[in-house]
Ligand binder design. Sequence first.
Ligand SMILES: [Zn+2]
Ligand SMILES: [Zn+2]
Length: 363
Amino acid sequence: MTAVETVAVTRIGSLRAPDAGQRGTIGVVTFPADEVGPEDVRITVAYAAICGSDPHLAEGFFGTEVPIGLGHELSGVVAELGPKVRRTDLRVGDRVSGNFVRFCGACQPCQDSRQQFCEHLGDYNRPGMARSVVWHESQVYRLPEEVSLLKGCLLEPTSVAVRIADKSRVRPGDRVAICGGGPIGQLTLQLMARYGATSLTLIEPIAERRELARRFGARHVIDPKDESLEDRTGEITGGAGFDVVIDASGSRHAVAGLLDIAAPGGTVVYGAMYPEDYELPLNLSDYLYRKELTLTGVFVSPYTFPRAVRLLDELDLEPFLQSVFDLEQAAEAFETHVGGAFPKVIIRCNDLADDGAERAGRR
Ligand SMILES: [Zn+2]
Ligand SMILES: [Zn+2]
């Protein structure tokens, strides 16, 4: 294999720009294939999901030199194993998903249980919205038999929800609010419901997303366009505030009021990507001295994938699997993503037989 068709940003710009001349563009580009190193695994990609962060890449968040290959939420089938792969549980033909970053295990942060700051995070971060991708064996996770390849491409976003849950340090019975009803917000909401969250609330301006949250276990929803966040929080929590507040919106407008709805002693997790120039006003006397809030964020998701794999068959993922485009239709797929009618848009990178799909379909 010498060349790999890959979905890429082909012109920098907002995908939402009203003027087509200014708008970012998405196309299919041919990249040289990565070599399969001694410990590497080549995966024939079945599905790759569009992430809320992908449009930020089109805007030049991580660089402006095009083409920029996309895709970090994927599933596929093992096509080739390097000669020194140590995993004995991996065979050609296995159905897999995985972590788009490799943690090297050797650098200081890796040795100090902070793999998210691995000094070599970029080495294997390769575009997976492609016909195939080469990963290090440590990035690969086998899909359980009952999880279809289609569902399997949601492993990475599920791992992010697990990481958010980890950082929230939620306890059974905590009152929990989530801001933002995209896939990460909804997956986190499902996890919080399973943790025994109470007063579980989604804050989200889009009605369909609020409805979806109800299906996933939200007891309350708030439309921040029409309702006062503080008044509704007061009603829902009897004036106490939320013990855990999670932002999964990444929106500068949405995050502004979140510190005020947190209960004294509460935790606020900023679980999204934010505009680089956004600064949150933070009154230290109010929020850290008087209220003793714990504020934290999420960059990448170490130590979460084994648990995320087990959750794939437990969570309700069907609503995220309703919009699938072939690789050739990548531009259309991104238009659909930006349009917002579907909670998740997925690209079929190869039409692979899936012995797990039939079982999963019957569930
Ligand atoms: Zn993502
Ligand atoms: Zn490292």
